[in-house]
Design a protein around this ligand. Structure first.
Ligand code: GLU
Length: 462
């Protein structure tokens, strides 16, 4: 019987949703959507000391911003403790798990001795019940951990959706702690119970978890639970070829939102980072869902490319509806205490093809709403005494035209003719006066987006 496709993303709320997890979430989501399946969000908050409400909120906000809608969840592991305890009780009763009373000092000594003998440091199973074995006396006052009876020999093999066949020998791994002394289960145990209970069929996650997978597969088997398929996605490397980390450019998904990136662009860029569909670089959310069947995932690490992300973002900014874009730019302007008005969609329309983030677009828009200061070089170069009469004549002429682009263009032409000037001779200084730079879109279009009053005031300030 084939099971309905169910995927999940299971972030730990011990920090922000970083780019690697966002990409894995995206793949899990796209895979479920492609197959008409379901996608679950689970918050793995069993690391109580390091989990924070703030991180959880940031994860939820990031998922929403990226448009990764989930069919179930958020499910919080700490709300499922009873279930984990029930499974552990059953395992203890069946003999697939056992109590271990080793103190940290004992474990240290055990590892030290193993290191001295040149052996791998693995728990020596001293508390594992075995036929005919005499267990140590239970010490007083030591709260036990629960360990899983991992098979002692044989291989664990799985056909990884990304990496192909992977085999790890059971001799390489030891009897994993599945419940801490305080009764909280560990990641490798809770993840299995959850993936089982939530009927997860496909697990996509970062390849730092490859070493955990044999334990998890063994626990699935011990529980008689159906195994999901695993796909371990390689890490994302920074521009410098090193793993992305907090110090190396790994910023949160929400930081990209703040810095003026569009969710469509992030989605597109992240999806392409580690996956391909022919030569396609730009694709919609719908195309991604249509194409993402779990194949063509890259086996090797992807390299973060900020310039490419900017290029993708510029594409989506150019494509975006001006009113919707204006809303995003208004949010950016608000951070600068600028309240935009009904001109903003027109400003966006005129400037968006030269901007790769909404922050850059807001830089342009701000020039319409707040005073501008040109650089000294531009002032010296463009604002000479010689041009003053022509600028004054333009201001006078513009005082009397209809305030629309065509009438403004006609007014400019009349002034050029009367002053015997070519367009650039007048347009450059006027641009510097209006927007603080000579590199702007055409002058009539720029002027039309000012109020007549502000435009004339800036021209007369020369
Ligand atoms: N909480 C784990 C993490 O954030 C989840 C790993 C998994 O998907 O199994 O890395």
């Amino acid at each position: 019987m084939t099971r309905k496709v169910r995927t999940r993303i299971a972030p730990s709320p011990t920090g922000f949703l970083h780019l690697g997890t966002a990409r894995t979430a995206l793949y899990s989501w796209a895979y479920a959507r492609h197959h008409g399946g379901e996608f679950v969000l689970r918050i793995e908050d069993t690391d109580v000391a390091r989990s924070t409400q703030e991180s959880t909120e940031q994860i939820l906000a990031s998922m929403q911003w990226l448009g990764l809608d989930y069919d179930e969840g958020p499910v919080y592991q700490m709300q499922r403790l009873d279930r984990y305890h029930a499974v552990i009780a059953q395992m203890l009763a069946e003999g697939t798990a056992y109590h271990c009373y080793c103190t940290p000092a004992e474990l240290d000594a055990m590892r030290e001795a193993q290191r001295e003998r040149g052996e791998k440091t693995l728990y020596d199973r001293r508390w594992r019940p075995e036929p005919g074995k005499q267990l140590p006396p239970v010490p007083e006052g030591v709260p036990p951990v629960v360990r899983f009876c991992n098979p002692v020999d044989g291989d664990v093999t799985w056909d990884d959706l990304v990496k192909g066949e992977i085999t790890i020998n059971n001799r390489e791994i030891d009897d994993l702690i599945i419940q801490r002394p305080d009764g909280v289960p560990t990641y490798n145990f809770a993840v299995v119970v959850d993936d089982w209970d939530m009927a997860i069929t496909h697990v996509f996650r970062g390849d730092e978890h490859i070493n955990n997978t044999p334990w998890q597969i063994n626990i699935f088997r011990a529980l008689g639970a159906p195994l999901p398929l695993f796909g371990h996605v390689p890490v994302i490397l920074g521009d410098d070829g090193q793993k992305l980390s907090k110090r190396r450019g790994a910023v949160s998904v929400t930081a990209y939102e703040e810095n003026g990136y569009l969710p469509e662009a992030m989605l597109n860029y992240l999806a392409r980072l580690g996956w391909s569909h022919g030569d396609e670089e730009l694709f919609t959310r719908e195309q991604l869902v249509q194409w993402f069947d779990g194949t063509h995932l890259s086996k090797s690490p992807a390299q973060w490319d900020a310039a490419k992300l900017s290029w993708v973002n510029a594409h989506y900014i150019k494509q975006m509806d001006d009113t919707a874009l204006a809303e995003l730019v208004a949010t950016q302007l608000k951070k600068r205490d600028i309240v935009a008005d009904e001109r903003l969609p027109g400003i966006c329309a005129l400037f968006k093809d030269r901007c790769d983030t909404t922050v850059v677009l807001a830089d342009w828009a701000a020039r319409f709403y707040a005073d501008v200061t040109a650089s000294e070089a531009d002032r010296n170069h463009h604002l000479s005494d010689a041009i003053r009469p022509a600028v004054a004549a333009l201001a006078d002429r513009l005082a009397g035209v209809d305030w629309d682009k065509a009438a403004i263009a006609a007014g400019i032409k009349e002034v050029l003719a009367a002053q015997g000037l070519k367009m650039p001779a007048l347009a450059m200084p006027v641009r510097v006066l209006l927007l603080g730079t000579p590199q702007t879109p055409s002058l009539d279009a720029v002027l039309a987006l000012f109020s007549r009053e502000t435009a004339l005031a800036r021209l007369r300030a020369l």
